[in-house]
Design a protein around this ligand. Sequence first.
Ligand SMILES: Nc1nc2c(ncn2[C@@H]2O[C@H](COP(=O)(O)OP(=O)(O)OP(=O)(O)O)[C@@H](O)[C@H]2O)c(=O)[nH]1
Ligand SMILES: [Mg+2]
Length: 324
Amino acid sequence: MPANLTPQYFAAEEKYKEAKNPQEKLKALRGMLSAIPKHKGTEKLQADIKRRISLVEEEEERSRKRGGRGPSPDHVPREGAGQIVIAGEPNVGKSALFAALTGAPAEVAAYPFSTQRPRPGMLSFEDVQIQLVDTPPFSDEYMEPWVPNIPRAGNGVLLVIDLSAGDPDDRLLGLLVHLEAARLSLVPEAEWECPIEDEVFTKRALLAGSKADLAGAIPEKVGDFPLRPFSSETREGIDRLPALLFRMLRVMRVYPKMPGHKPDMERPFTLPVGSGVGDLCRIVHKDFAEKLRFARLWREGFFQGIQVHKDHPLLDKDVIELHM
Ligand SMILES: Nc1nc2c(ncn2[C@@H]2O[C@H](COP(=O)(O)OP(=O)(O)OP(=O)(O)O)[C@@H](O)[C@H]2O)c(=O)[nH]1
Ligand SMILES: [Mg+2]
């Protein structure tokens, strides 16, 4: 008997696929259950949806017992090549920058504390997607206790200071006090190449100075941080930020191909700088990790399909053909 599923059902199913947390999943699953035509042909599907609902409910219950971790407001699941958290004092222009970089609708306002929850958005750099997270401000006046957790969970920090609001050194110090209180140590550009041992409490950071359109003299460096001035009003300085953020993530793009097929040059895999062929195999498919016999490597200007093995190091933009 055909199921005759309705457009409402498919819409709910679409929402289920896009759901990012247990609450969204539950809402979508319940929508699927109510939209499904109730007859013999859909009995199995109905039972399957009910089973999934109880699994998600159990998962939620477990996370509540663990002490409310899970759907906490500071948790932003990582997506794309890496997650970069925007951090700054109130009203400096974080949300305006987030909107200028991601194209997301702006949550910008002339009063402080306009952003109250972290908000993720995707920034395109060439063929990679970088996740940016707009955050509530770091402030002496008022700050939710979970705000410092947000930069800890990311892969890097974009510090924003307001260049129209007095001495940049003071502005940066004002912000760093909060990050230090959160036990975060920040790595300036000159040391980005260095490996990081404690990835939870040490983050690479880029310093951007907002409202350059309103600023007087702009220094090249503030403390140890080279300063990147920008204006969300005129877009001056905005377009060079994505390449810097990509470099800060310390990832490289690799394009795997199957023998006899063209590589997919639009959706690269991203791997930490320093990874080799074996690391790529592990993320492509576990079979490759176990059964790879050899690989062929194309590197523009250097190699045209040379044979390499598992421990061969990869570089940004390599094309790799895997042979089992
Ligand atoms: N002239 C000028 N104004 C800006 C710029 N960026 C932001 N603003 C203004 O500064 C105010 C604050 O901007 P937001 O982006 O909301 O600042 P925020 O840091 O997100 O503020 P909170 O979320 O409250 O911490 C708004 O009135 C913006 O229009 C800029 O580059 N130039
Ligand atoms: Mg904001």
